[in-house]
Design a protein around this ligand. Structure first.
Ligand SMILES: [Zn+2]
Length: 163
């Protein structure tokens, strides 16, 4: 059995929002609207990724039935329920890796000194935040602002089992 932290994912186009949440938790989650089912299975096999999908037909594909590719079939259309299911069934660690990965391009974030981002973030953010990180790919700057706090609250609600 692989350790929990070693999970890597590829999200089907019908669960794209879940991909962002898994990236938020620090999980390497690839997602592209341009891949068809064969493309998804190819990447999953080559990179050892578990397929996340709402489509049952993935379960009938040879690569899946033979055990070469693992699939998690999400039961619910709501992203929060999907995240809850993934956390429970795969035993995901949703505490340790938060905001270590770009939500847009899945790259690990690099920590940045406050001074380095001074000209890149709004003055209020510069004044009130201490820690910053940057995506080496899209160069987006991340900090623990209101968006982060909202997602944080969602995760806490998830932990307490609120619907
Ligand atoms: Zn990025």
């Amino acid at each position: 059995m692989e350790s929990e932290a070693s999970w890597k994912f590829i999200a089907d186009s019908n669960v794209g929002r879940l991909a962002r949440w898994l990236r938020l938790l620090g999980y390497d989650t690839s997602f592209s609207k341009d891949l068809d089912d064969d493309g998804i299975l190819r990447v999953a096999l080559a990179e050892g990724r578990l397929v996340l999908t709402r489509d049952t037909h993935f379960l009938r594909r040879h690569l899946t039935t033979s055990g070469h590719v693992k699939v998690l079939l999400l039961r619910d259309d709501r992203v929060r329920e999907q995240l809850r299911q993934a956390v429970q069934e795969l035993g995901l660690d949703w505490r340790s890796g938060r905001f270590s990965r770009c939500l847009e391009c899945n790259q690990p974030l690099e920590e940045r000194d406050k001074e380095e981002v001074r000209s890149l973030v709004p003055p209020y953010v510069y004044k009130t935040q201490k820690e910053f990180a940057r995506c080496p790919d899209c160069r987006r700057i991340y900090w623990q602002g209101t968006h982060w706090q909202r997602m944080q609250r969602e995760l806490e609600a998830l932990e307490m089992g609120e619907g």
